[in-house]
Design a protein around this ligand. Structure first.
Ligand code: NI
Length: 389
């Protein structure tokens, strides 16, 4: 039976599972119930199941007929700290928690693939099903890797998938090279001299220096980088002062830098540090620039593996519905950590005209559950086909 036909047979089961996960969202490293649901399903289908990697991570192992290569298929499981604004029956039952990025759907699609692949085991090699915690900002991928993901489950290639609102249902997008940006988080502390707001000449105003700095950082992309290279700098916090008539002594800023190449990142960081020093000198304040932990590297698809993704998606929806033109996003994705360790590729599956990712009215589109499940099965069977191995 074709993978899409097999996936359609379990559509109602996958939808019930997806909606159950949606109603019970859990955020980074707290995915205990979710991990329990995942592990119980895998075990019920006779799949070797390993729990506890990065606390709530689960890895399923499906061995095929021969001793060919091994690949990893990865789904993220975590929800977001967002209050859901939807009112449908499967809305979140947890205050301030919501599956606002569709990881409920990602988990359900990989479970669907597990079920179909375990039924036939008609491939040559091993499929590792990686159910990963904490994709949203806290780097669950990095923790799984530190705890031995690729040593315990040796694989030749690793693949990821994310739904994409605005891309029509029945379409996929994947291309070689950079698909998501690398991110850095930074904090800027401005040390001035506070005093009476009526006598600014007796102090050194960190608010004015900060305002100048906020403006100046926009010159980094506009004037320090090659216009054909992509990068973005955003100042996202500016905290200073408490009242009307006192100039504060300090100001704290924070922000993010995103870029696709290490050279562009380095150039931008150098320029940011230079601006802090220069504006500090010009305004008579001390400005300290500090990178924070928690950045993500860029997500870079390997061409040969992306080609397998194109082939698998085309087998499900037809060649014309698979977009292969370069169209990277400035968002970031901790799948990048997996791609630093193994070759692989990351694909987008159309979620149709839904609300945007991380929007309080977002919902994963159940109409794509079978398509995503079939894609995973096609990818595994093709990548691990006997003639290929
Ligand atoms: Ni996401």
């Amino acid at each position: 039976m074709l993978p899409l036909a097999s996936a359609r047979l379990i559509q109602s089961e996958l939808q019930a599972l997806r909606r159950d996960l949606h109603a019970h969202p859990e955020t980074a490293f707290e995915e205990k119930r979710t991990a329990g649901v995942v592990a119980a399903r895998l075990e019920a289908w006779g799949i070797e199941t390993h729990r506890g990697l990065a606390d709530t991570g689960v890895v399923g192992v499906i061995r095929g007929a021969g001793s060919g290569e091994a690949i990893g298929l990865r789904a993220d499981m975590d929800a977001l700290p967002i209050a859901e604004a939807n009112e449908f029956a499967h809305r979140s039952t947890v205050a301030g928690r919501m599956h606002g990025c569709g990881h409920d759907g990602h988990t359900a699609m990989l479970l669907g693939a597990a079920r179909v692949l375990a039924d036939g085991r008609d491939f040559d090699g091993t499929v590792y099903l990686i159910f990963q915690p904490a994709e949203e900002g806290t780097g669950g991928a990095r923790v799984m890797i530190e705890q031995g993901l690729f040593e315990r489950f040796p694989m030749h290639a690793v693949f990821g998938m994310h739904n994409w609102p605005g891309l029509p249902v029945g379409e996929f997008a994947v291309h070689a090279g950079a698909v998501m940006a690398g991110t850095d988080r930074f904090r800027i502390r401005i040390e001035g001299v506070g005093g009476h707001a009526a006598m600014p000449h007796l102090g050194a105003d960190p608010v004015l220096a900060g305002a100048a700095l906020v403006q100046a950082v926009q010159s980094v992309v506009a004037r320090a980088l090659d216009p054909l290279e992509a990068a973005v700098v955003s100042i996202t916090c500016f905290h200073a002062g408490d009242t009307f008539n006192v100039l504060p002594g300090t100001a704290e800023l924070a922000g993010t830098l995103r870029a696709f190449s290490p050279a562009v990142r380095e150039k931008a960081l150098t320029r940011l540090r230079e601006l802090c020093a220069g504006i500090g000198a010009a305004f008579g304040v001390d400005i300290a620039f500090e990178l924070q932990p928690g950045g993500y590297p860029p997500t870079i698809n390997v061409a040969s593996e992306a080609a397998w993704c194109v082939q698998a998606a085309a087998a499900v929806v037809g060649e014309d519905a698979v977009h292969t033109a370069e169209h990277p996003s400035m968002g970031a994705e901790d799948f990048a950590f997996h791609l630093q360790k193994r070759p692989g590729a990351y694909i987008w599956i159309g979620n149709g005209a839904s609300a945007a990712l991380h929007h309080p009215r977002y919902d994963f589109n159940d109409d794509i559950l079978a398509l995503g499940t079939a894609y995973w099965v096609e990818l595994a069977r093709r990548r691990l086909a006997r003639e290929h191995a």
